[in-house]
Structure formats: C-alpha cells, structure tokens
Design a protein around this ligand. Structure first.
Ligand code: TXA
Ligand code: MG
Length: 340
C-alpha cells in the first residue's frame, strides 16, 4: 500500500544550506524518513536516536530486524558520543579516512536504541564525504541511521531514480544530488574486538587500511549463508545486491554463453572487459572499465540499466584477482547467487 506521494527534489551541491535541506532536516527531526545522496550509494535516513523513526526504515525496505544500521554523523566528536569506548586506532583511521567510505564498528553508547544495532552491543558509524549528506545531518541536528535506499536484497541505488523505482510510495522525500561518485558501499571494519577485521569489503581497500593500522586478519571463510541472528555482519548474507535478471559470472567463454542465450531467444545483458563487442550480437553489451574505482562507479548503475531494459540474463566477465577488486567480486557474487 502506498502511504506517500514521493517527492524527488534536486539539490544543488554548492548550495547546501537551502530551504530544501532545512525542510529535510525538519522531516528527520519529526521522525520521518528522507533518502539522500552519499559518496557511496544513496541512503535512507532516520533520526538514529528515535526508535520509532528507525523502525520505519525497516518497514519501508522490508529489511530483516537482525540486520543493524550504519549511523552517519558530521564530526568525529559526534561519533565518539555514540560509543562507550573509543580506541586510539579509531582516531588514526578517522584522521585518514573520514569523511569517507569507511564504517567503524565500535561498542555502542546506551542512548542508541536497540533497533539500530539489531540488539547488539556494537554500532557502525561513519562520516560521509558528501556535502548534501553532511548538510542534512547538520540541519537535522541528530545522528542519521541510514542503510542503502533500496528494498532489502535488491540492487543498491546510485541515483535518485533508482531510489524512486525501489521505494516509490513508501517514503515522502528523496534528495537528488546526481549520480553517486563512488558507486559501491563503504568498507565495514570491526574495531570492537581485540583484532580489527573487515566485515564487508568496500571502497576503502585492505591495503589502504593496513597502511594506517598494520596487518589485518584475513579469513578465507568470510561468507555466511546462515540467516541466524548471530551473524558478525548480517549484510553478508549470500543473496544480496541482486538484479531482477539472472546473473552469471563467467571466468571464460562469456561470448559463447551470450550467443547461446541469444540463440535461445533470451534478452541478454553483458558486462564485459572486451571493448570491441559493443552491439555486435544485438544484446545489451556494456564495456566495463579496467580500473576497480571506475568499475565500482559503473557497476550498480549498469545492472539497474539492464534490468530496466528487461534483460532476462546478465553475463558478467569475472573481474581480475587482487584485493583492489574485493568489493566488486563480493557484490557480483552475491548478486549471482540463486537461492534454491
Ligand atoms: O556506504 C554505505 O555504507 C551506505 C551509505 C548509505 O552509508 N550504507 C549501507 O548500509 O550500505 P547497509 O545497511 O545497506 O549496509 C550496512 C552494513 C550491513 O552489512 C550491516 O550488517 C553492517 O553494515 N553493520 C551495520 N552495523 C553493524 C554492526 N554493529 N555490526 C556488524 N555489522 C554492522
Ligand atoms: Mg544495503
């Protein structure tokens, strides 16, 4: 049922103290939701200190209640106030990566409602590097809990139009700040245990983090297909970030597979590193960049695009090895997983 007429309002990135942002801040204060741009993906925000406001996020997204939310703040001081302990390593990381796409998991302060942390004793916090996100937090005068602004398990939104497609009628306001420059979510780094550990690969690479805090613990088995409440990071569920189309990753012979599907009468999208296949086989071919930062920026937008063209299949050339591609491999392998 549609409760809202969803407004999409463009926001000028150079004029972030506008009337629109003041109104958006008031909406957050009043306990309602606002979708807003960040440098990673669009977020769906609510006052992080208001349990009934945060509950509306879970309802709008159809998000399982065991999946905790990231809280967005504008200053390191505000971040500290959301924690019960603040290790020196958090200062070191904040100094290098904030504002930016690194979420730190720390022991939470008592004032954070349980619904934000899925009942857990830790909270994820970051300072987003986006003028609209920062202005919204300042206008609201509260920390803002925000997951990606999409229906649970579906593709993350990198444009206001993606948010509208996924949440039309479920939220009142989307601030349109244009395409997200990063295109993939933040790296989630757990600092609440003795040894720091990456729970979700993202735009900040393990090597970048290691330059600041030394060697990270690596685990071969950072995958969780168990839907139980005790997941270290429940967003790590196997089925996630999924387009409507069936997505297949091909290490080799992707062209053969594309031709086979076309011959079988299927509409096929293809994310390929080959720059010469464009339009040859009449399928929807997208040439993907060879640098991970550029690939990340294009990935979700391309999958949204192929879904909009109603492709039944999306073939994806497997990305190269190397930790720089970790987050991309993570997202496409979850998008490819088909639940039995
Ligand atoms: O870039 C981003 O991180 C975007 C923008 C909007 O900031 N947000 C985002 O939120 O991706 P979401 O809810 O789609 O993903 C948050 C991830 C999930 O995997 C969640 O399980 C994990 O962070 N997470 C949040 N709080 C946590 C906690 N206390 N302990 C462990 N994992 C946590
Ligand atoms: Mg998400």
């Amino acid at each position: 049922m549609n409760r809202f007429h969803t407004r999409v309002i463009p926001v000028d990135l150079n004029c972030t103290d506008s009337r629109v942002l003041k109104e958006a801040g008031e909406i957050i204060k009043s306990g309602e939701l606002v979708a807003f741009p960040t440098e990673t993906v669009y977020g769906l925000g609510a006052n992080a200190l208001d349990a009934s406001a945060v509950e509306k996020i879970f309802i709008a997204k159809g998000r399982p209640s065991n999946n905790p939310l990231i809280v967005h703040v504008a200053t390191v001081e505000a971040a500290k106030q959301l924690t019960s302990s603040w290790p020196k390593i958090a200062d070191d990381l904040a100094a290098v990566f904030w504002p930016g796409p690194l979420t730190l998991i720390l022991n939470k302060a008592a004032k954070i409602p349980d619904i934000v942390t899925a009942g857990g004793s830790t909270v994820g916090i970051r300072i987003p590097a986006h003028p609209v996100a920062i202005s919204l937090i300042q206008a609201a005068e509260v920390p803002i809990a925000a997951p990606s602004a999409n229906q649970s398990e579906q593709l993350s939104p990198t444009r206001a139009s993606h948010v509208l497609k996924s949440l039309d009628g479920k939220i009142g306001l989307i601030l349109d700040g244009g395409p997200a420059s990063g295109g993939l979510e933040s790296t989630v780094l757990d600092l609440s245990k003795e040894i720091p550990r990456i729970l979700r690969p993202g735009l900040i690479t393990p090597q970048q983090i290691e330059k600041v805090i030394g060697e990270l613990q690596r685990s071969k088995n950072d995958r969780h297909d168990d839907h139980s409440a005790s997941l270290p990071s429940p967003g790590m569920l196997l089925r996630h970030y999924a387009p409507q189309a069936k997505l297949e990753i091909r290490i080799s012979s992707s062209l053969d597979r594309v031709v086979e599907l076309i011959n079988a009468g299927k509409r096929v999208g293809w994310l390929t590193f080959n720059q010469n296949h464009q339009a040859v086989y009449g399928s929807d071919i997208i040439s993907m960049p060879l640098f991970p930062e550029e690939y990340a920026r294009k990935l979700f937008a391309s999958l949204h695009d192929l879904d909009a063209r109603e492709c039944e299949y999306i073939i994806v050339d497997a990305p190269p090895d190397g930790e720089g591609w970790d987050a991309i491999r993570d997202r496409i392998s979850r998008a490819a997983y088909i639940r039995e």
